[in-house]
Design a protein around this ligand. Structure first.
Ligand SMILES: Cc1cc2nc3c(=O)[nH]c(=O)nc-3n(C[C@H](O)[C@H](O)[C@H](O)COP(=O)(O)OP(=O)(O)OC[C@H]3O[C@@H](n4cnc5c(N)ncnc54)[C@H](O)[C@@H]3O)c2cc1C
Length: 394
């Protein structure tokens, strides 16, 4: 701790905040929004700490859901049909009762911050958080400037990136996306391309993702599941090549770019320790086998708020379903990381043999054992059985 570190307590100075949220990104702001929806919790003294204000459109979230969600007012675009393409199988799939939805990062940040602005008990501070700890039933956050205390810290800062350890798998999902505008009307804004595996699989698993926003605008994203990242220029040349050779577009401008890396791992993230509760990617919200996190963040923050309301504490138990899907994710990661099969073969089998509703429900960790069997039956038995045995014994 540096000498200039001073203690800062609640705005009223009566001994600390009720809650500190470290990291005001997707998970931190989702939790804040849910706390502020509850009459029993919305008056709590809450401090959000982030290294910098969230004022950039730094990411786009896509997810699927059946009902209208908490963030429905800021859904930027939605689709009722998804394209799947590979050398083995290609089809346009109606996904009812689900809708595939897109939320832009900047709209999300502004929406939550504007909503929170009406609560004088919510404070945002922009400071680098060096560490957090739990001591004598108090949660403590240490930043470059201050030390803050609270009853609970909800932490979404990944202080230590998961590393590859024996018996675990770690792949990176890495992607570069461009929002492009064309002069000609080329896209069908009603259909999103969920996965296009018809590109060269030279680096391992790689596919394109195309989300048309109008007939002349689309997000085109190049995604890989591999151990090593590429040079920035390699992502750009793959995008250029796809836009020209597959989408047959020669005249376009790039109006937005995003880049992301999401760990795909069966590493067990600590959910809570003392009075610290981990949320977001830091709490294991990114699904090990797909990298999708937005809806898992929503489920987790919802269950934390429910626990606070019901039991006056935020600790949630790991359910049987969570353990079951963690095992399935480990098996799929085993197959991918050990290059037993490529993902284009696996997803082609699933998409060609199962109905889209069951697939999306499965990817959301919400299927029952009978539905799981439909997915499992669509896959090559010997490869997956031996991977499952290895995972059981590891
Ligand atoms: C470009 C991109 C696109 C994605 N698209 C999708 C998608 O379509 N669908 C989906 O389901 N998931 C997607 N994800 C994955 C996941 O939903 C996002 O990463 C999501 O933002 C994770 O939320 P989080 O709160 O865990 O992390 P973040 O949103 O990254 O929030 C963490 C916060 O902590 C702050 N912070 C970090 N270190 C410190 C520190 N030392 N001190 C203070 N503050 C700190 C950061 O500034 C940040 O604001 C995407 C990820 C990226 C990067």
């Amino acid at each position: 701790m540096q000498n200039d570190t001073s203690y800062s307590n609640s705005p009223s100075g009566d001994g600390g905040y009720n809650y500190i949220i470290t990291g005001s990104g997707c998970a931190g702001l989702s939790l804040l929004m849910r706390l502020l929806q509850e009459p029993q919790l919305c008056h709590k003294k809450i401090l959000l700490l982030d290294q910098s204000p969230k004022n950039k459109n730094d990411r786009t979230w896509c997810f699927w859901e059946k009902e209208k969600g908490l963030f429905e007012p800021i859904v930027h675009h939605h689709w009722h049909s998804l394209n799947f393409k590979s050398q083995q199988f290609s089809s346009t799939l109606a996904i009812a009762p689900y809708t595939y939805k897109m939320i832009r990062g900047i709209d999300f940040y502004q929406y939550v911050m504007q909503y929170a602005a009406q609560f004088s008990n919510v404070e945002f501070r922009y400071e680098n958080v060096r560490s957090i700890r739990s001591e004598n039933n108090t949660a403590i956050a240490i930043t470059d400037q201050h030390t803050y205390t609270a009853d609970f810290i909800f932490n979404s800062i990944l202080f230590e990136k998961p590393t590859l350890v024996k018996g675990k798998h770690l792949l990176q999902q890495h992607f570069k996306g461009w929002v492009i505008e064309t002069k000609e009307q080329i896209f069908d804004p009603a259909i999103a391309t969920f996965m296009d595996f018809t590109i060269d699989q030279k680096n391992g698993t790689e596919f394109m993702y195309v989300l048309p926003l109008s007939s002349t605008e689309a997000l085109v994203e190049y995604t890989l599941f591999t151990e090593q990242l590429l040079e920035q220029e390699e992502y750009s040349s793959a995008l250029k090549e796809y836009i020209s050779a597959h989408l047959k577009i020669s005249d376009y401008s790039i109006v937005h770019e995003e880049f992301g890396i999401i760990p795909m791992t069966n590493h067990r993230f600590v959910k809570h320790e003392g009075n610290i509760v981990n949320i977001g990617i830091a709490g294991g919200a990114a699904k090990g086998s797909s990298g999708y996190a937005f809806q898992f963040i929503q489920k987790r923050t919802k269950s934390i708020v429910q626990s606070l309301l019901q039991y006056d504490h935020p600790f949630t138990k790991t359910s049987f379903a969570e353990k079951k899907f963690h095992f399935y994710d480990s098996v799929l990661l085993n197959v991918l990381a050990n290059k037993k099969l490529n993902a284009d073969k696996i997803f082609s089998d699933i998409f060609s043999k199962c109905n889209p509703e069951t697939i999306l429900q499965f990817l959301d960790n919400e299927t029952d054992l009978l539905q799981d069997l439909q997915i499992i039956k669509s896959l090559p038995t010997s490869v997956f059985l031996s991977a499952a045995l290895e995972e059981m014994l590891s």
